[in-house]
Ligand binder design. Structure first.
Ligand code: AMP
Length: 443
């Protein structure tokens, strides 16, 4: 199984390799940019790779498999016939209906016949429809096997098999049905397995039926980042931010950092300033050519570059294991971006540290982030670099429980105080799980 390697990902649907009629349908659906799972899966799926994808409902996973499936249908099949070229297996009828709808929506500019074969549907009608021929078949495993066993479905033309919500299919007891179906599909087909969780049973299924799959993991805002310690520093002004940054970058725990700024110009300028101060630093943003971005990324991966100063778009998808710190020099305007940003550290099961600088105007940004992640960001100070500003109060995030864990603890009256430029190791607790404290600056 191959892991996803770091790549600078394209950020528009146009760059994913989809045909014009599909792009038009996507546009008509009102989508302006691909979601994370779509970015990662669509180009690889179009290349014909098998994929093992962990992603949740709501992540845009249906389009992540349906768009490349439709793309396949834009190419002629060498074999005439009426059997499906695409088969999607889903755990429930409801999901099958949703997937069928998605096929109709994204395939509206193509001549595609989609049919769902689910339990509860009268057989005569289903049989008639199957006879008429189908391109995309969406089915629940039980009824699918029924129809296969009665010889009504010709699978010899099948090119792509998609298992949607595979973990739920196993939970619902469809394992034997699934295996019986999988045993009868052509060996040459491409397979994509989507599952909310990748448990051992899913890995076994993937090992038996997928060919060297690319593993793609896309989590939700709430489930991610338990291995990332999040801290908030109140910063009076840019000078204060720069001093905090110097101190953090100078700490011995620092291996490599991505520093986020809100503008490309500022990214360039800050990278230059840091370079001037003796840090090996470079900028990365959307105005740079792909070649330059790739070279910068390569330097980061090889460890020659210590600090990458980046904007959101440029840093999306970067997967470099040496990134020990993510520093939000400026907080993102969108809370979702915060989640993407801090996910650049704590890769491959390591711990990471995410530090955000907040000015007095940023209270609403912090509140939005804490609401989205249902986690509190602990306020920290570095000795000698205490803020003068009166910190805004931070209401408990929605869904947070009093007490430890990812929630607000009882006010202790003091922020975490670090030694000069340093961060004391926590007393054996995993990162991000220490009792939270409120700020004395808070009103
Ligand atoms: P799913 O995770 O497939 O259940 O999709 C969740 C919702 O996101 C559906 O209502 C889709 O219509 C919508 N959706 C999928 N992709 C995008 C996108 N790129 N931009 C905006 N909405 C999307």
């Amino acid at each position: 199984m191959t892991a996803v390697s770091e790549i600078v990902l394209p950020v528009t649907f146009e760059t994913l390799g989809l045909a014009a009629p599909i792009l038009e349908a996507v546009k008509a659906a009102g989508y302006t940019e691909p979601t994370a799972v779509q970015l990662r899966t669509i180009p690889e799926a179009i290349k014909g790779r098998d994929l093992l994808v962990s992603s949740q409902t709501g992540s845009g996973k249906t389009a992540a498999f349906m768009l490349p499936a439709l793309q396949k249908l834009t190419l002629q099949h060498e074999k005439p016939g009426r059997g499906p070229r695409i088969l999607v297996l889903t755990p429930t009828r409801e999901l099958a209906v949703q997937v069928t709808k998605a096929a109709d929506t994204y395939g509206r500019n193509l001549r595609v016949k989609t049919l769902s074969v689910v339990g509860g549907m009268p057989y005569p009608l289903q049989n008639r429809m199957l006879k008429n021929g189908v391109d995309i078949l969406v089915a629940t495993p039980g009824r699918m096997l029924d129809q296969m066993n009665s010889g009504r479905i010709d699978l010899s033309r099948l090119q792509l098999l998609i298992l949607d919500e595979a973990d739920r299919m196993l939970d619902m007891g469809f394992k034997d049905d699934l295996e019986a179906i999988l045993a009868k599909v052509p060996k040459t087909r491409q397979t994509m397995l989507f599952s909310a969780t990748i448990e051992p049973s899913i890995v076994r299924l993937a090992n038996s039926f997928l060919h060297d799959p690319l593993r793609v993991a896309v989590d939700t805002a709430q489930t991610r980042h338990v291995n990332i310690e999040q801290r908030l520093h109140f910063a009076d002004d840019m000078g204060h931010k720069n001093r905090l940054l110097d101190s953090i970058l100078g700490h011995p725990d620092m291996q490599q950092a991505i520093v986020f700024t809100s503008t490309k110009r500022h990214a360039d300028q800050l990278a230059q300033d840091l370079h001037g101060k003796g840090h090996s630093a470079a900028a990365m943003h959307g105005d740079m050519h792909q070649g330059a971005r790739n070279r910068t990324l390569q330097a980061l991966r090889r460890g020659g570059l210590k600090v990458l100063v980046a904007t959101d778009v440029a840093a999306r998808g970067i997967d470099v294991q040496g990134i020990s710190h993510v520093i939000n020099y400026d907080l993102p305007m969108q809370a979702e971006d915060y989640v993407h940003r801090i996910g650049r550290t704590g890769r491959a099961g390591r711990n990471g540290i995410a530090i955000s600088f907040a000015s007095s105007r940023d209270s609403h940004l912090v509140r939005d982030i804490e609401r989205l992640t249902a986690q509190k960001i602990e306020v920290s100070v570095i000795e000698g670099l205490e803020p003068k500003m009166r910190a805004f109060s931070k209401p408990a995030p929605r869904g947070a429980r009093p007490g430890g864990g990812k929630s607000y603890g009882k006010p202790s009256g003091a922020p975490r105080r670090e030694g000069f430029g340093g961060y004391a190791k926590r007393d054996g607790r995993p990162a991000g799980r220490s009792p939270a404290r409120t700020s004395p600056y808070a009103k």
